[in-house]
Design a protein around this ligand. Structure first.
Ligand SMILES: C[S@@+](CC[C@H](N)C(=O)[O-])C[C@H]1O[C@@H](n2cnc3c(N)ncnc32)[C@H](O)[C@@H]1O
Length: 458
């Protein structure tokens, strides 16, 4: 609920304390004060004394302002009195405001009284998923009660995805995957290895749940020289196949960061229009469907002078509809392999020393707008700036982790991994770029190999 702006109301802390301890005063306050002051006080009541008289708050249950009714319920809930159960029930039955009904449902849950179970079960059929969610929360306290468990399990196929997730996590947890590797470990044959070949073939030899982080920038459909696809649909299918495999080889709850941007395929002639392909937006639903959870959309912003100028025409003619902004941004989409486990679980897999050594110290970018200058390479036409890779690695992996780039290009991710004490596994199809990677990474502690279908990767 959007709370009113309270900047222009100020009531002293001592006065609020006095109102809390003097029912008569509070009563006359709630009856006479304007909404702003009333709101301010209700919002600041804090912990209520054990002998608090609920009458002034009950008076507000029928207030015409929903925000006031909401706060009245919120404060009544703090009292934990079962005698208020009928009050909350009535609010849920009659109040026109969704927020107030949700708060009253939460208040019943907070009573933690088994007598409320039948009513909370009834609320599981409420059309408002937030009310259902609050009722679930209240019922989960009695999770071991057979009837409660039976009714909650029925929500496994509820139309709301958050409700489905909660029920599945509570009652149908996935069996842990049999894996010979600990979360922090990975197969040794992948350590600091660069393989020349088609990632679609190479990745088949990578065991499930081997890599901690993937950061990549795939081919730009047919916009650059290194990739030719028959159609955009075929291109998306190719990426879908690769990213499904990336999902398989990613460890539980770990990240996949994808750098793409809409691209333009120039017009065939003046009689035809150029075509724009919104790659990040078209890949996104495919990723979610295969089990990647969307986490963040970071925008990489480049200086305008560094990007292609599309303004020459418009600058002259200034005619509407023909406006073409210069594309200074690329998307850096952040996904996590879907799991019931919280990020905390992932962090707890590491020992204290590793967590300490992996901390992101000093200044860091606090927003999702990352201003980084592009880098131009003598061999490769679209390389990651080292700074971009370093940020991604620092924010999304621990020291000693294995990071993967299926479309390695000049191997910038490997370089950043070397600098930051991570290990890397890279694949690249073009021999010219493979040679560039060698130049970039050197030969110390790096194995370069050419993928051969008949031979296993190790
Ligand atoms: C956008 S570039 C990546 C550049 C890289 N991020 C860097 O910093 O240099 C995409 C790369 O994917 C490679 N590639 C295209 N198809 C591939 C495939 N099937 N398997 C492996 N690499 C492939 C291309 O040769 C190209 O170097």
């Amino acid at each position: 609920m959007n709370l009113v702006n309270m900047n222009n109301v100020s009531i002293k802390k001592e006065d609020i304390e006095e109102l809390k301890s003097d029912t008569k005063k509070l009563y006359s306050f709630v009856k006479t004060e304007n909404n702003g002051r009333l709101f301010f006080v209700l919002n600041k009541l804090g912990k209520l004394p054990y002998d608090f008289d609920d009458a002034p708050l009950l008076y507000l249950i029928d207030h015409k302002d929903a925000k006031i009714r909401y706060l009245a319920i919120k404060n009544l809930a703090k009292l934990g009195k079962f005698s208020l159960f009928p009050v909350f029930k009535k609010v849920i039955a009659n109040d026109p405001s969704a927020d107030v009904r949700r708060e009253a449902t939460s208040a019943i849950g907070r009573l933690r009284n088994s007598k409320a179970i039948p009513f909370l079960i009834e609320l599981l059929k409420d059309p408002d998923p937030e009310v259902v969610m609050q009722a679930i929360r209240g019922l989960l306290v009695f999770k071991n009660n057979q009837l409660v468990a039976k009714e909650l399990k029925k929500l496994k196929d509820h139309p709301n995805e958050i409700i489905q997730d909660v029920i599945k996590k509570e009652f149908f947890p996935k069996a842990p995957k049999k894996n010979s590797f600990k979360h922090t470990e990975f197969p040794d044959f992948l350590r600091n290895k660069v393989v020349l070949g088609d990632v679609q073939e190479i990745i088949k030899y990578v065991p499930d749940e081997s890599v901690h982080l993937t950061f990549t920038s795939p081919p730009y459909y047919n916009a650059r020289d290194y990739s030719i696809y028959q159609s955009y649909e075929q291109y998306l299918k190719f990426l879908e196949r690769v990213f499904k495999e990336v999902h398989r080889i990613t460890k539980e709850g770990r990240f996949f960061i994808l750098n793409t941007s809409p691209i333009i395929i120039p017009r065939v002639s003046r009689q035809h229009a150029s075509r724009r392909y919104p790659i990040p937006y078209d890949i996104h639903p495919l990723l979610v469907k295969m089990g990647w959870e969307f986490i963040d959309d970071i925008v990489w912003v480049k200086p305008e002078a560094s990007v292609k100028n599309r303004n020459a025409g418009f600058l002259q003619h200034r005619k509407p509809l023909a406006y073409k902004p210069n594309a200074r941004t690329e998307m850096v989409m952040v996904y996590r392999k879907k799991t019931d486990k919280l990020i905390d679980w992932n962090i707890k897999q590491y020992d204290r020393k590793t967590v300490e050594e992996s901390k992101v110290i000093g200044d860091y970018e606090t927003s999702n707008v990352w201003e980084i200058d592009p880098v131009f390479d003598k061999t490769h036409s679209a390389v990651f700036p080292l700074e971009l890779c370093k940020r991604v690695i620092k924010f999304y992996s621990f020291r000693g982790d294995l990071v993967f780039d299926p479309f390695a290009g000049s191997g910038t991710l490997g370089k950043a991994a070397q600098i930051l004490g991570r290990h890397f596994f890279l694949t690249e199809i073009d021999p010219k770029y493979f040679e560039r990677i060698k130049e970039n990474l050197g030969f110390i502690d790096v194995t370069y190999s050419v993928f051969n279908n008949s031979k296993k990767l190790q």
